[in-house]
Ligand binder design. Sequence first.
Ligand SMILES: [Zn+2]
Length: 248
Amino acid sequence: MNGQTIDAQRKPLRGRRARPSSVDPCNAARSGDGLYCAASLGAPADSQLYLCRARRTVRVTACAHGCTVHPPGTPDECTSAPDSGAAFYLPLACGRSAPVLQGHHGSFSHNGMNTWAYDFTLPRGTPVYAMESGRVTHVRSAERPGSACWNGGGRRCIEHSNYLSILHADGSRTSYLHLDAPEVARGAIVQRGQRIGRSGNTGFSTRPHLHVQRQSNCARWFCQSRPLSFRDAGMPTTGAHVTSRNCP
Ligand SMILES: [Zn+2]
């Protein structure tokens, strides 16, 4: 998220003293517990993000750059700060080409949190390169040859991918999934175009490929994706062939 949290503790409403103007905005939360822009709740302050639970306000965040409304079922979020020079390139070696197995809004699995992700078909062990400079925040390398989700698996393997995530100067993170092995440690500073790992087929995956996405910087390793456009490929669609200009 990108904003300042406001103490939302409200005095409990007492019986007849409650007036319509003091109805909890989260009473209008129609998609269950979660994050809602004020606009989604019909509340007047449109730059606020409500965390609703059981139709009660748990927390209100003032978004510095406005609030982005998503379709029902996808959590709303504070709008990210304008990009501060972030320049994302394909996660491939300079000059290497690859087919786009699934683009953003792909029908197989790029919806909800994954909406803006890209999958590239790559043979196992293909070197992977940083799409932009930043600091490594999350690394997982627990899957090893012979483990249950090493060679792809169904939804049960969704938390069993080897991955890494990099935080960038614009406040967003990029994540690289299904790796055979990350090659950088948590906390490392990496440069755009630096080799950071080898692709694989770990986790929720049906064939060797690399899944990348730009996402919010939330506490978890996997967060709501955000639009990602490559300087060297734009926003390629499923079936396209792309060629990396992620050159030194
Ligand atoms: Zn994917």
